[in-house]
Design a protein around this ligand. Structure first.
Ligand SMILES: *[C@@H]1O[C@H](CO)[C@@H](O)[C@H](O)[C@H]1NC(C)=O
Ligand SMILES: *[C@@H]1O[C@H](CO)[C@@H](O)[C@H](O)[C@H]1NC(C)=O
Ligand SMILES: *[C@@H]1O[C@H](CO)[C@@H](O)[C@H](O)[C@H]1NC(C)=O
Ligand SMILES: *[C@@H]1O[C@H](CO)[C@@H](O)[C@H](O)[C@H]1NC(C)=O
Ligand SMILES: *[C@@H]1O[C@H](CO)[C@@H](O)[C@H](O)[C@H]1NC(C)=O
Ligand SMILES: *[C@@H]1O[C@H](CO)[C@@H](O)[C@H](O)[C@H]1NC(C)=O
Ligand SMILES: *[C@@H]1O[C@H](CO)[C@@H](O)[C@H](O)[C@H]1NC(C)=O
Ligand SMILES: *[C@@H]1O[C@H](CO)[C@@H](O)[C@H](O)[C@H]1NC(C)=O
Length: 843
């Protein structure tokens, strides 16, 4: 009964908490949409919605309603979410957009209408979208540009109308208002002919026009005459080489910066590709050409010329090019790229005539395994990108320096194997070197980057490098960025190797199996802004290290063995720190780390993705989110700690008291238990004598011999004689002494008063008197005792009527008087046994 009534309020509280929590959950799940960013970003994909969910807040800026059966957008449809900037209505079965459907959305920047069968668009369907920059209406069954009422959308930059049924490139007049239009995709429509005047309405000079995947059969001569276009893409547009050639020929007079020609790998129509096709380009004003998937025949770069000799940029992609033929002298090509071609070696020498070449890229070439670096006279080459091939090479710094002395950027990443040597003839102008994901030999053992004095960017991530030499990065005095994730350090420890990189701003040593960083390893990196030490086995940095990195803005420490930041760490954190990544560390959520936990829950700390920080210990909190950690649980426990501390203090205190007054307590117990018996007991002794053992002689002479041998005969109780051995002294005192005696004789001397034991006995006697109203005491005060002390000690007991107060003096007369008084005091209340009476009579 008692127990259950005490449990009741507790259960009630717990229950109400549970109910509260539950109701919170319910309100959250009422809204079927995913809340990506509270208040601004919601995803409501595929929820069988037929309108905007009522609890989407008006502040929402980004709303994804794709794959819901909205069907008809009536006017004011979106008035409840007028702050929208991004709206995705992909595949919503929308057939009809009525006038003013988007009214109020004057901030909307992106509208996606992809895959809706738009049968009807009101003339004011897109009214009010004054900020619209991108309209994506891919696959909307649109059959004509005239049906799209977008003439007033003057902010429009991108219009993507791919995969529709538009059969004419005749731009409606309203295009003249779209002065910011940069991108018009009519890819995969039904445009088969282009005539003079079709593009007259075009007012933008910067347009990228995608016409790929239209089956173009006819282009009228001069259809593009005098037009200036940024880029035209005509991939997969022609059914044969003949049509292609004739069409290109009819593009006469077009000014296009960049032309993309070719096919798609999986839908090739052209059987042959002849040089004459490209001759057609001679009549165009062209700066850049990209040829993609041209023909199955081996394509010879010689075919490009002479028509393309004035072109500055040539890209060949997915093309069966095995080798380059010599380029003509005086070529103006500045940019040359081969991507996924069929080279086996880098055609260094063949490119020598490209005196204007600034940038050479040969990438993603599966067969490319050799690189001799025997370039000649490419004085202007600044960029060399040979990434994503299968190169195995000994990098010859001298050769590079001779052939391409002005190289600033070299990318050899994602190749097979590169050997580097120490050579002080390296490229003095090289600024960026990317070797990531290519097995390197030499790095980490020798100072292979020596003399790259202008290098500011070095990436040797995942290159199988094991840093052994302290001089691995010697000479890189200008380095700002060092990326070396996925390598190893000797003994898994970072020591002094970065010391001289005093300008370093970005350092990535993630995934390096690091177990420790020496304090001075980072100490000299005063300019460091970004430090990535994620995916290591670090327990933390030295507190001082944080103080040294005063320019740090980004610190990525995720996936390590960090348990907490100490108070000192937090204190020393650089003020500049903006982003701190700590997820996937085994955090210790014990209350002793309250400071850290409190800090982690603060809104204004620089923590990124705090939702993916979990407790690892203590056991019962494992996998609890740090954010969800209940700080008050620690406060509760501090109060329990406080109460338990005070309880134990009380306990200790009472133990001390018990220890101190042990005898008193014990004697009380004995006394009380004895009192019950004493009523039945006959008194054995006439008096129990308490005295100091130093007065033993006096007691023997004046009491024992005088009283026990004299007449009348008295029986006294002396502890040395009458106490029962083996029984606790207190029990003896109480049971043998007080309980068995009629009176107590206290022999008060200065020894007596000095002795703690005698004082105690006296106190016991006094309490005994209080308990037993018949008990009386005979106080014998010996010579030389301080009267004041005696009076204080004896207090009121001196004056109790049943007590006798005697002063002993060593004088004959006095002794006589003393003995008489003592005898009469002892006789008071004495009953004689028959034996005693007989003895007395005979005596
Ligand atoms: C979608 O909602 C409609 C009613 O709005 C209902 O008739 C239909 O069964 C629902 N479809 C699914 C797949 O839940
Ligand atoms: C236009 O739409 C097509 C087809 O969905 C897509 O491939 C292309 O990336 C889009 N272009 C832009 C700029 O959005
Ligand atoms: C063309 O585009 C470039 C950037 O793409 C821009 O700098 C330039 O101003 C644009 N020119 C016109 C005429 O819009
Ligand atoms: C190119 O223009 C000429 C002259 O107008 C025309 O005869 C020919 O058919 C056109 N070719 C193509 C492929 O459109
Ligand atoms: C290259 O140009 C120079 C002058 O710029 C001219 O003298 C020389 O003949 C040209 N060479 C060729 C092969 O066109
Ligand atoms: C080097 O090439 C790789 C692969 O193409 C690319 O990812 C990387 O960004 C390039 N490096 C630099 C510094 O541009
Ligand atoms: C660092 O630079 C000093 C002076 O420039 C040089 O003496 C020392 O050898 C260098 N140490 C390393 C490890 O690069
Ligand atoms: C740090 O490196 C890891 C992988 O090594 C990467 O996933 C992470 O994005 C990097 N952190 C930052 C802040 O760039």
């Amino acid at each position: 009964m008692f127990r259950s009534s005490s449990l009741c309020p507790l259960t009630f509280v717990a229950f109400s908490f549970a109910v509260l929590f539950q109701s919170q959950l319910i309100t959250r799940s009422l809204n079927p949409c995913l809340e990506v960013t509270p208040g601004t970003t919601y995803k409501c994909m595929e929820l069988n919605l037929s309108g905007i969910p009522p609890d989407i807040p008006t502040s929402t800026q980004s709303l994804d309603l794709s794959f819901n059966p909205l069907e008809i957008l009536t006017s004011n449809y979106f008035s409840s979410v007028s702050a929208l900037k991004f709206l995705d209505l992909t595949r919503c079965h929308i057939q009809k957009i009525e006038d003013n459907a988007f009214v109020g959305l004057w901030k909307l920047s992106v509208l996606i209408l992809t895959a809706n069968p738009l049968h009807f668009l009101g003339p004011r369907a897109f009214h009010d979208l004054v900020s619209l920059q991108r309209l994506i209406a891919v696959e909307t069954k649109l059959s004509s540009l005239n049906k799209l009422p977008i003439g007033h959308l003057t902010s429009l930059q991108d219009l993507n109308l791919s995969n529709n049924y538009i059969d004419s490139l005749k731009l409606p007049k309203y295009f003249s208002h779209l002065i910011f239009l940069r991108f018009l995709s009519l890819q995969a429509n039904k445009i088969s002919s282009i005539s003079v005047g079709d593009l007259d309405a075009l007012s933008s000079y910067n347009l990228t026009l995608l016409l790929s995947k239209n089956d173009i059969k006819y282009i009228e001569v001069n259809a593009f005459l005098g037009l200036h276009i940024q880029e035209i893409s005509l991939r997969g547009c022609f059914e044969s080489s003949t049509v292609m050639q004739a069409s290109l020929q009819n593009l006469t007079g077009l000014h296009v910066k960049s032309l993309v020609l070719g096919e798609y790998r999986n839908m090739k129509k052209l059987k042959t590709f002849s040089k004459s096709i490209l001759d057609a380009l001679c009549h165009m004003y062209l700066q850049e050409i990209t040829l993609i998937s041209i023909g199955d025949v081996i394509f010879n770069t010689g075919d490009l010329f002479p028509c393309l000799n004035n072109i500055s940029s040539v890209r060949l992609v997915d093309t069966y090019t095995e080798d380059v033929s010599n380029f003509p002298e005086n070529s103006s090509i500045r940019y040359l790229e081969f991507k996924n071609c069929k080279f086996k070696e880098v055609p260094s020498v063949r490119l020598s005539s490209l005196k204007e070449l600034r940038s050479l890229r040969i990438t993603r070439t599966k067969r490319l395994v050799e690189f001799e670096a025997d370039f000649q006279g490419l004085q202007k080459l600044e960029t060399l990108d040979l990434s994503e091939n299968r190169l195995t090479a000994d990098l010859c710094w001298i050769c590079l320096r001779n052939g391409v002395p002005n190289l600033k950027y070299m990318n050899l990443s994602f190749n097979y194997r590169i050997s580097l040597v120490t050579e002080c003839h390296a490229l003095p102008k090289l600024e960026k070197l990317d070797l990531q994901h290519t097995t390197l030999s030499g790095t980490g053992e020798y100072p292979v980057f020596l003399c790259l004095v202008n290098l500011i960017y070095l990436d040797i991530s995942y290159t199988g490098t094991n840093i052994k030499s302290e001089c691995s990065f010697c000479g890189l005095n200008s380095l700002l960025v060092l990326k070396m994730a996925g390598n190893t350090f000797e003994n898994n420890k970072l020591v002094n190797i970065l010391k001289n990189l005093t300008n370093l701003q970005i350092l990535d040593i993630s995934n390096c199996r690091l177990q420790s960083l020496s304090l001075d390893s980072l100490g000299s990196l005063r300019e460091l802004r970004e430090l990535n030490i994620s995916h290591n086995k670090l327990l933390g940095l030295h507190s001082e290290a944080y103080a040294q990195l005063q320019a740090l803005t980004i610190l990525d420490f995720h996936s390590n063995q960090l348990a907490i930041f100490t108070e000192k760490d937090l204190e020393n954190f650089p003020r500049s720190l903006k982003s701190l990544y700590l997820s996937r560390n085994p955090f210790d959520c014990s209350c002793e780390n309250l400071n850290f936990l409190q800090w982690a829950k603060q809104k204004r700390n620089p923590l990124q993705h705090p939702e993916s920080m979990f407790c690892h210990s203590p056991m019962h909190l494992r996998d609890v989110r740090l954010m969800d950690f209940d700080l008050s649980s620690c406060h509760v426990s501090t109060t329990t700690v406080a109460t338990s501390v005070s309880i134990s203090m009380v306990l200790v205190l009472s133990l001390i008291l018990v220890y101190k007054y042990y005898f008193h307590l014990y004697y009380m117990a004995v006394l009380l238990s004895g009192r019950r018996r004493s009523t039945e007991n006959d008194n054995v002794y006439d008096a129990f004598v308490i005295y100091s053992s130093k007065d033993q002689e006096w007691v023997k002479r004046e009491l024992e011999e005088t009283l026990e041998a004299g007449v009348p005969r008295f029986r006294l109780c002396f502890f040395y004689r009458d106490f029962i051995p083996g029984v606790p002294i207190i029990t003896n005192i109480v049971q043998e002494g007080f309980q068995s005696s009629r009176k107590v004789i206290a022999v008060v001397s200065s020894h007596f008063l000095d002795s703690r034991w005698c004082n105690f006995e006296l106190e016991v006697a006094q309490s005994w008197q209080l308990l037993d109203s018949n008990a009386s005491m005979i106080l014998i005060v010996l010579e030389g005792v301080d009267k004041a002390v005696v009076q204080r000690k004896l207090g009121v007991f001196r004056y109790l009527r049943r007590n006798t107060y005697l002063v002993w003096k060593d004088l004959e007369l006095n002794r006589h008087m003393f003995l008489r008084h003592l005898r009469s005091a002892l006789l008071d209340g004495k009953t004689w046994t028959e034996e005693e009476l007989r003895l007395m009579l005979t005596g």
